[in-house]
Design a protein. Structure first.
Length: 291
């Protein structure tokens, strides 16, 4: 065989390896679709949660502080999967909204759910501009409601209870959209940056907040995750979306101690990287890195 033919075989061989790799990745990500997957993405200091449902929907709650969301989405969706059925913006602080701008530009987003609360930060305004530029359907949430995603799979909007659109609020954190994702016998409570006051309101109004997994409010700060709240949620697992060496000192040691005292096994993005739960409806398991 002459040198050129050898070279050609080498190139063809490499191409075949790439093709098999891509097919393997695609098949793998479709197999996962028999279960619910909730991915607490590692976006540094901020929140971003990707929900992959067994009914082929992709839902993104918040987009983190920057474009690190793009590689995180790429790692968790098949390379051809560029569609997000729903994007929820819990509240317009930059560590939740800034990464969404580029997501809107690169993914086909079918719908956005948000409170429409007033805020004039450049990141939020750029996000709103992009939404209107692309004419993406937007829903303002103003009350509790169930989004039915399929058989035994519901995304329940628990908070806020009033129309905040166009309003200036005393605390943007406490305007956060709070959701509970329920798949058969398993559930996740996702609280944005909600603090003590909202936690108290939920408990006081006897809202059904019991859940297997709690994403702690406000990155594990001392102003969220009260004992009163934990008594009602009774989570088995806690997730803290937090960046390494963040300037806010999140998470607070008092909160970590409280989780330990309540026998809640917890994970943190700064130490554990992406945290991915898989639910078959009865049992929860954690996806190990590289799986
Ligand atoms: Zn935040």
């Amino acid at each position: 065989m002459d040198r050129q033919a050898k070279k050609l075989f080498k190139i063809l061989g490499s191409l075949l390896v790439i093709v098999f790799f891509l097919i393997g990745f695609a098949v793998n990500s479709q197999i996962d679709r028999q279960n619910l997957e909730v991915c607490f993405l590692d976006v540094g200091q901020g929140d971003a949660i990707l929900i992959k449902t067994p009914y082929e929907q992709n839902i993104l709650i918040d987009g983190g502080p920057d474009n690190s969301i793009l590689s995180q989405l790429g790692n968790n969706l098949a390379f051809f999967d560029k569609e997000l059925d729903l994007v929820i913006l819990t509240h317009p602080h930059s560590d939740h909204v800034a990464g969404l701008v580029e997501v809107l530009r690169r993914y086909s987003v079918n719908k956005i759910l948000m409170t429409g609360v007033s805020h004039t930060s450049p990141d939020y305004l750029t996000f709103l501009e992009e939404v209107s530029l692309q004419k993406i359907e937007t829903e303002i949430t103003d009350s509790q409601k169930d989004i039915v995603l399929g058989d035994d799979l519901v995304l329940r909007i628990l908070y806020p209870w009033t129309d905040l659109s166009g309003q200036e609020v005393a605390s943007l954190n406490n305007s956060s959209i709070i959701t509970k994702l329920i798949y058969k016998d398993t559930s996740f409570l996702l609280t944005g940056d909600a603090e003590e006051q909202v936690e108290h309101d939920l408990v006081n109004n006897q809202i059904e907040i019991k859940a297997d997994v709690l994403k702690l409010g406000h990155h594990g700060s001392k102003y969220s995750t009260t004992q009163e709240f934990l008594d009602q949620v009774q989570p088995q697992y806690g997730v803290i979306q937090v960046g390494q060496d963040n300037k806010f000192g999140h998470p607070h040691l008092r909160i970590l101690k409280r989780l330990e005292d309540n026998n809640i096994q917890f994970f943190r993005n700064d130490l554990d990287g992406p945290i991915i739960f898989i639910s078959d409806g009865q049992n929860l398991s954690l996806k190990k890195r590289g799986e």
